[in-house]
Design a protein around this ligand. Structure first.
Ligand code: BEZ
Ligand code: FE
Length: 292
């Protein structure tokens, strides 16, 4: 019955309208969503003014979105939803490398690079040498794995945030391929902690809650290999001031690593005697076999 509804009976009336959905999952998702939305609304006794404010907020989130500014993804990130979805399906704790969120700065058109090359795109900063290895759960090397990596510069900016300065070039990102021993390695510049974009509607939430917008210093990785589950992950600098309070909840203990400092005059992993201080990071990634 959908007349003479009360604040209690309206929920079932709305849920019934989804009973006819052909797709069982669509039916389940909408029926449960209506339940939780209505329960929330009753619990907090949402006022008309508050609901209007929320609708206006969502409209502004939508209007802020562009091909390079994903405010809805950011909203999901700062509410912990992006990581929650990942944690449900990849709870971690096993031998396989933990995953975490992709973030908005991954781009499809990244350049491919040879192992050992400098992927900094001539951006200035503290030299950083990364050495990675990709293994299967039995410890065998995964040769020919495709490894995307991307990170910020030493001031916390990604290439896509400074396209004017870079004259439209991409930098500090590349697609590498592991060798026969599952190894990949590159040179770049050290990244830095940075704020998530907070000049839009999501920034209003962060400020209203007195929340920090900062993400700790990190390197992103996306790995694909034939016969293995894809992995999206990142490595976080262990002595970063924000390691315990990431604005988007993406840090997992297993992904925290040392960014090792070396003095000028030391020899870099590629055999270069460096005339300036530099950093090295090493990490093994373990991919899960693909389920069939
Ligand atoms: C990032 O790590 O690139 C990122 C993730 C979520 C929100 C903003 C940035
Ligand atoms: Fe990032």
């Amino acid at each position: 019955m959908s007349i003479d509804l009360t604040a209690a009976s309206i929920t079932e009336a709305v849920q019934k309208t989804f009973e006819g959905a052909e797709d069982e999952r669509v039916k389940e998702l909408f029926i449960r969503l209506v339940q939780h939305l209505h329960d929330f609304t009753r619990e907090v006794r949402l006022t008309g003014e508050e609901w209007f404010t929320a609708m206006d907020f969502l409209e502004r989130v939508g209007k802020t979105c562009t091909p390079t500014r994903q405010e809805f993804v950011l909203l999901s990130d700062i509410l912990g939803l992006s990581v929650l979805v990942d944690l449900i399906h990849h709870p971690g704790g096993g031998s396989v490398t933990d995953s975490t969120l992709l973030g908005p700065f991954y781009v499809e058109g990244r350049p491919t690079a040879q192992n050992g090359s400098d992927i900094s795109g001539e951006v200035e900063g503290i030299p950083l040498f990364f050495n990675g290895r990709v293994l299967d759960p039995d410890g065998n090397p995964v040769a020919g794995a495709k490894v995307d990596t991307w990170h910020s510069d030493g001031e916390g900016f990604y290439d896509v945030q400074m396209q004017d300065k870079l004259h439209g070039r991409l930098a500090m990102r590349a697609l590498l391929t592991t060798d026969d021993e599952g190894r990949f390695w590159y040179r770049s510049v050290a990244p830095r902690y940075y704020p998530v974009p907070n000049d839009g509607p999501c920034g209003e939430i962060l400020r209203a809650a007195n929340r920090s917008p900062m993400r700790p210093e990190h390197l992103h990785f996306r790995l694909h290999a034939e016969g293995f589950e894809p992995l999206i992950t990142m490595l976080v600098r262990s002595d970063d001031p924000y390691v315990e309070r990431d604005a988007v909840f993406g840090v997992r203990r297993s992904l925290v690593v040392d960014f090792v400092h070396h003095d000028a005059g030391d020899t870099a992993p590629d055999g270069t005697r460096m005339g300036e201080p530099f950093q090295t990071v090493e990490r093994t990634f373990v991919l899960d076999h693909r389920e069939h």
